[in-house]
Write a protein that binds this ligand. Structure first.
Ligand SMILES: NC(=O)c1ccc[n+]([C@@H]2O[C@H](COP(=O)([O-])OP(=O)(O)OC[C@H]3O[C@@H](n4cnc5c(N)ncnc54)[C@H](O)[C@@H]3O)[C@@H](O)[C@H]2O)c1
Ligand SMILES: O=C(O)[C@H](O)COP(=O)(O)O
Length: 526
């Protein structure tokens, strides 16, 4: 039974879902904050479910020898080293919509808290002061709301802004004009937004491009007296530059839910009279926490039990319905890739995968990933279906997928073509009785099952070869399980694919290569 560690404060509904779906679960909501403890236990788990407190860093991933999936019950995955997870073949998934409304509502709440001085007035009133004139606020009606990042959350904030009768302008390079019109917002560039917005609200992920998007220079361009709301990620705003702008009175106030370093217990902006601060509460409603906990537990259990992948940031999607149908084809694609990879000695330039017949109707992304992983496995030690497409791209290998409705004599065929600096090789296979079989090698028809240990030879089609090969193997104590032959035409190039009981040693291979008419011999394992 797969085992999952929940290392952050997820709704306990997640625990029940894991159990109901046949996943063993340890619920340790504070463990994520103790990185040494996490490091010492993570090796026992197949899945790790987190929010933002757990930092799934490279050392944690390195120690997570059995980990197959990291599930983020929420949106931001900047606490997960996706590059290391990908390299280790760990699927990373999140719940991109479950807390979006809640977070947008928090941004709107923060905006009102800011412009109406609600936290300060609350404190003063509780203290028995009646400082009615000290807390003069501003209306948002008719004001310009500048939304930076108009994705899931930004567009909900924009929609609420429109509802409040604000003029909403948005900067997002990926926002289309049509979508802007649909949302009732004006698409602008960042300079325009900074000059025009009375309230700027941030809703981008933290990336190399967005880090310090409100840095010193951009803060200097902001309209005098504007307000800043950040419920996205610390790091989007240069906190030192923000403090200077507040102190100098260039900015009227800032509402912050997120900080460059979290948890933030000491911060230069804490106690500042113009700052409203919350401790990363954007997603903290009962509704959002139920949503994300249920979703992540379902997604992770589906992956661990059924091989279904959804909302993954580093792996193609596979639905729970597709997973069993794809399974034999994933195995076939992997084995075809391994076959070709083991026979490839020089740099691979292109991998072409053709899907013919019924398989062409399926979701082929996971099959392509499996085929590419198979090709690269004999050359690279750390390759898997998650990182294979990335590794191929890094090495300049182009991946081509083609589709054909018809598979000639078969229901489905996967044809793999490898183009190297010196060769152009094909191998094709099908599924027969739920098992993968080879049906073609280098244009030669063949009918062979894959076996753990195989000997592959190419030879001139001359009498006496089969006997000589059998004798050589017999003399070396190699037991033949099956013997498959194919040739392009009588007397021309022939191929033998021999399943044997044990791995073929280098010694035996040398003897086979020395036989008359043999042009190539290789030991294969699957
Ligand atoms: N405070 C919280 O508790 C909380 C809760 C949920 C999400 N978040 C954070 O909110 C942010 C937004 O989440 P989302 O679900 O809306 O993400 P999303 O991916 O749906 O939207 C992000 C938007 O930012 C845009 N973008 C990317 N780079 C940009 C750039 N350089 N300039 C302008 N726009 C850019 C993208 O095009 C996209 O439309 C994330 O950082 C997420 O981690 C915070
Ligand atoms: O990205 C998110 O989903 C939010 O930042 C929420 O983070 P949390 O789950 O730690 O509250």
């Amino acid at each position: 039974m797969p085992k999952v560690l929940v290392s952050d404060a997820l709704s306990e509904t997640a625990v029940n879902i894991f159990k109901e779906r046949g996943v063993d679960v340890d619920y340790e909501p504070s463990l994520g904050k103790d990185k040494d403890k996490l490091l010492s236990v993570i090796g026992d788990y197949d899945g790790l479910a987190v929010r933002s407190a757990t930092k799934a860093t490279a050392p944690i991933i390195e120690a997570a020898k059995n980990l197959k999936v990291i599930g983020r019950a929420g949106i931001g995955v900047d606490n997960i080293d996706i590059k290391s997870a990908t390299a280790a073949g760990i699927v990373v998934m999140n719940t991109p919509y479950g807390n979006a409304i809640t977070t947008a509502e928090h941004a709107i709440a923060m905006m009102f808290a800011l412009v109406r001085n609600i936290p300060q007035a609350n404190q003063s009133t509780h203290a028995g002061k009646w400082e009615k004139s000290a807390f003069m606020g501003a209306e948002v009606f008719g004001k310009t709301l500048g939304v930076i990042g108009c994705g899931n959350i930004g567009s909900i904030v924009a929609n609420r802004g429109v509802g409040l009768k604000m003029r909403v302008i948005a900067f997002d390079p990926f926002l289309t004009e049509e979508r802007a019109v649909e949302l009732g917002v004006e698409k602008v560039d960042i300079g325009d937004l900074l000059k025009r917005a009375d309230i700027v609200t941030l809703h981008t992920p933290l990336t190399d491009q967005t880090r310090n998007i409100l840095g010193r220079d951009n803060l200097a361009v902001l309209k005098k007296g504007a307000f800043v709301v950040n419920c996205a990620r610390g790091g989007l705003v240069d906190e030192a530059a923000l403090k200077d702008a507040l102190d100098e009175g260039r900015i009227a106030g800032a509402a912050l839910d997120v900080y460059e370093t979290e948890p933030a217990t000491k911060h230069p902006l804490f106690g500042h009279p113009k700052v409203v601060a919350t401790p990363h509460l954007g997603a903290s409603t009962r509704e959002a926490q139920e949503n994300v906990a249920i979703q992540i537990a379902e997604q992770m259990a589906d992956y661990l039990i059924r091989g279904a992948v959804s909302n993954s940031l580093n792996s193609p999607s596979v639905t729970a319905e597709e997973a069993p149908r794809l399974k034999p084809f994933v195995s076939l694609a992997d084995k075809l890739g391994l076959f070709a990879g083991q026979l490839t000695q020089t740099g691979v330039k292109e991998i072409e995968i053709s899907y013919e017949g019924e398989v062409s109707e399926l979701n082929t992304k996971p099959l392509t990933a499996a085929a590419v992983a198979g090709v690269l496995k004999p050359m690279l030690s750390e390759v898997n279906v998650v990182n294979a497409p990335v590794l191929a791209k890094e090495r300049g290998i182009s991946i081509v997928e083609t589709y054909r409705d018809d598979a000639d004599s078969y229901d489905s065929v996967i044809r793999l073509r490898i183009v190297t600096e010196q060769q152009d090789r094909t191998v094709s296979g099908t599924i027969f009785g739920a098992l993968p079989r080879i049906v073609e090698i280098k244009g030669v028809e063949m009918e062979a099952a894959f076996a753990p240990h195989m000997l592959y030879t190419t030879n001139e089609d001359k009498p006496g070869f089969i006997g000589a090969l059998g004798q050589t193997l017999g003399a070396a104590g190699v037991n033949i399980a099956t013997f498959n032959l194919g040739r392009s035409a009588p007397g021309e190039g022939a191929i033998a694919l021999v399943a044997v009981d044990d791995p073929v040693s280098d010694d035996v291979l040398e003897k086979v290569r020395a036989l008359p008419h043999v042009t190539q011999a290789a030991a294969l394992s699957f």
